[in-house]
Design a protein around this ligand. Structure first.
Ligand code: FES
Length: 652
């Protein structure tokens, strides 16, 4: 008679094992993902399984009949003390007695899936950098001169298979009393190394540690720094928070910060200090929100543009301000928190994603990780809209990347009534097709401006200006309703008359809102504003179009708008303006903060780090500044939507 057949679900892995084999042993031999922190001692309960069919307990009694009576003592003790969900068994204690089907629930899997919200996005598979291991260490002996740490290393090798484990001084300093307090039983957090780096002990606790470990996924933007605090063992986001990047006081945009460092001897150092201080403030805040000890943060992943990357690392961004825009290093960077004066665990592993090129940073790499153009069957154009648009175009065959200098107009800067997205800013606009008068919505209020109660609802903030998404809708609506012509001029001959168009010096402007009788602003769109938007959108479109030329295509299958701003853009209006190539509207989607999502993927799955390193090396970079076709596209794209390109889907 052959040994009993064991089938694990959901993996489907199967094999024959002699009766009496513990389930955990069978799982390990088959490579089934079944967790364990205590190494099979019946302490941690991470190995829980659900027998769904078959004989499972000690004396061949079918589990559905009377499993409890056959539980061994360790399992019984665990159940009495801490309780077990009905139908669950400890995989390290339950033994196989006959043919069985064993279900491994998600919480017992190390590599469980962390589901993301968007239907089209891929799930994150958990594969954290750090593992908790309970070990029993040999006591010191007069006849054995080895140190406590060496015996801990031996225990980790014998009980967990770690050939070589190192520890920083901060661990050696506190290890001895902990070993004794735990009566030579301790839990250690081991940061898993690779071929080049040894495994490293990050934490040590006496006895069994029942807690978890944390990591940070940080999107370091030139305007804001946003962070997610994640539970490394469940993948859950415990807290999310953001702060303004304190470097703003040295310059609103990236180039003004590079100039500041060029013109001030210690400028780069000041900005490095500022961003690290801002970051530490954010980490304290997010740890307080999550109610956790910052010392339990053992891993941090950062994504940022090249200038932020250099300033955060304390590298002068001088070379990034001039051709040929050489990065100090384009590869991924691995450091420890103490190297960057971060106030989390001093030995915490810090990982910066690789940069794609001097203008296409680790943030674009993170977008590529999140949106995976290199795995897409159809041709996808991904634009991360900010002061510098970073653009990716590709499919399974190849991926191209470039950046395009859109300037800050899309963020409301350099627009006469422009402002950042904040309460009071106009964010949505509709122009009446008959009267040509606008109605709008402001951030912080659900009512349209022509609805009853609007003035009362905005009494505290008032209407303060127009933000980036508002100005895009405004200009597109003006074009759709004949108030602006294809060249971007307001109220020219042949254009539809509107009472809101008025002469403003040598050109015309369009009145959006007059709050002067209430002490508020008069909000208008000037011909210069339209010009700024034309320049910005022409830069964005030309970058995308140039990549399409390089790819040898006239159209793309779908468009993904990334970035916080991308999340607020109306796709219809973006296409009316000719910001993005002509494409069915239902194929234009927003990925939200894709760079932040990419950072979270890299934090929770260390395999994804190797994956993006490889992907980035294969991405072909296109430098817009030296491509003559870019200028040609730019001139054509200055018209609304475009001087030569037909935009057939838009017009249909
Ligand atoms: Fe820890 Fe089973 S492995 S209780």
């Amino acid at each position: 008679i052959s040994d009993p057949l064991v089938i694990f679900t959901p993996s489907g892995k199967r094999g024959h094992f002699p009766a009496g084999t513990p389930v955990l042993t069978a799982a390990r031999q088959l490579g089934v993902d079944l967790d364990s922190v205590c190494g099979g001692r019946g302490i941690c309960s991470k190995c829980q399984v659900t027998p769904s069919y078959g004989e499972f307990s000690k004396h061949g009694v079918t589990v559905h009949d009377d499993a409890l009576s056959d539980w061994n003592k360790v399992e019984q003790r665990y159940k009495d003390k801490r309780g077990l969900i009905e139908g669950r068994r400890l995989g390290c204690q339950a033994t196989i007695q006959g043919d069985v089907v064993i279900d491994v629930p998600p919480e017992s899997q190390v590599h469980k899936q962390v589901v993301r919200k968007r239907a089209e996005s891929r799930d994150i598979v958990l594969n954290p950098s750090t593992k908790l291991c309970y070990v029993e260490v040999a006591e010191p002996d007069m006849h054995d001169p080895s140190g406590d740490f060496e015996r801990l290393q031996d225990a980790l090798r014998d009980q967990w298979g770690f050939e070589k484990v190192s520890a920083d001084l901060n661990i050696l300093q506190k290890m001895q009393p902990i070993l004794r307090k735990g009566d030579w039983k301790v839990t250690v957090a081991v940061h898993l190394g690779d071929e080049e780096n040894p495994h490293r002990i990050m934490h040590i606790w006496p006895g069994y540690y029942d807690g978890t470990l944390y990591g940070l996924a940080v999107d370091l933007g030139s305007t804001t720094i946003a962070a997610h605090l994640c539970d490394l063992l469940t993948g859950d986001v415990v807290a999310s928070s953001g702060v303004m990047n304190p470097q703003i006081r040295f310059g609103e945009d990236l180039m003004s910060r590079v100039s500041y460092s060029m013109m001030n001897a210690s400028g780069a150092e000041e900005m490095t200090r500022a961003v690290r201080e801002g970051m530490n403030g954010l980490f304290s805040q997010i740890a307080a929100e999550g109610g956790i000890d910052k010392n339990l943060i053992v891993d941090a992943v950062f994504v940022c543009n090249p200038v932020m990357h250099h300033l955060f690392l304390g590298i002068d961004p001088f070379e990034l301000g001039q051709a040929p825009f050489a990065l100090a290093t384009s590869n991924e960077v691995r450091l420890r928190a103490a190297d960057l004066e971060l106030n989390i665990h001093p030995s915490a592993h810090v990982y910066l994603l690789p940069c794609i090129a001097g203008h296409v940073g680790a943030d674009a790499a993170a977008v590529a990780l999140s949106e995976a153009p290199d795995k897409s069957d159809d041709l996808v154009l991904i634009v991360d809209v900010g002061t510098n648009a970073e653009i990716l175009l590709g499919n399974k065959e190849k991926v191209l990347a470039c950046s395009s200098p859109t300037g800050p107009a899309f963020e409301g800067a350099q627009i006469s009534s422009g402002q950042r997205a904040a309460p009071g800013a106009i964010e949505r606009v509709e122009i009446d097709p008959i009267s040509k008068v606008p109605r709008f919505k402001v951030i912080g209020c659900d009512l349209w401006s022509d609805e009853d109660g609007f003035e009362e609802a905005i009494a505290t903030t008032g209407v303060t200006g127009i933000c980036g998404s508002g100005i895009i809708e405004m200009v597109a609506e003006m074009r759709m309703h004949g108030i602006v012509d294809a060249a971007g001029l307001i109220g020219t001959a042949g254009q539809t008359h509107s009472a809101n168009v008025f002469a403003d010096g040598r050109t015309n402007s369009y009145l959006v809102y007059d709050g002067t009788d209430k002490g508020g602003p008069k909000i208008t769109v000037t011909n210069r504003d339209i010009r700024e938007i034309q320049m910005a959108k022409a830069a964005l479109y030309s970058g995308a179009r140039l990549l399409m030329d390089k790819f040898g295509v006239e159209k793309v299958d779908r468009v993904v708008l990334a970035g916080a701003f991308g999340a607020h853009i109306s796709t219809k209006h973006a296409m009316v303006l000719g910001m993005i190539p002509d494409c069915p509207l239902d194929k234009v989607t927003s990925a939200g903060n894709a760079a932040g999502t990419g950072a979270r993927i890299a934090l929770l799955n260390t395999d994804a780090r190797a994956e993006i390193e490889q992907t980035v090396r294969a991405i072909h970079k296109v430098e817009t500044a030296i491509e003559p076709r870019f200028q040609e596209h730019f001139v054509n794209a200055s018209a609304i939507p475009n001087a030569v390109e037909p935009f057939p889907i838009l017009n249909s």
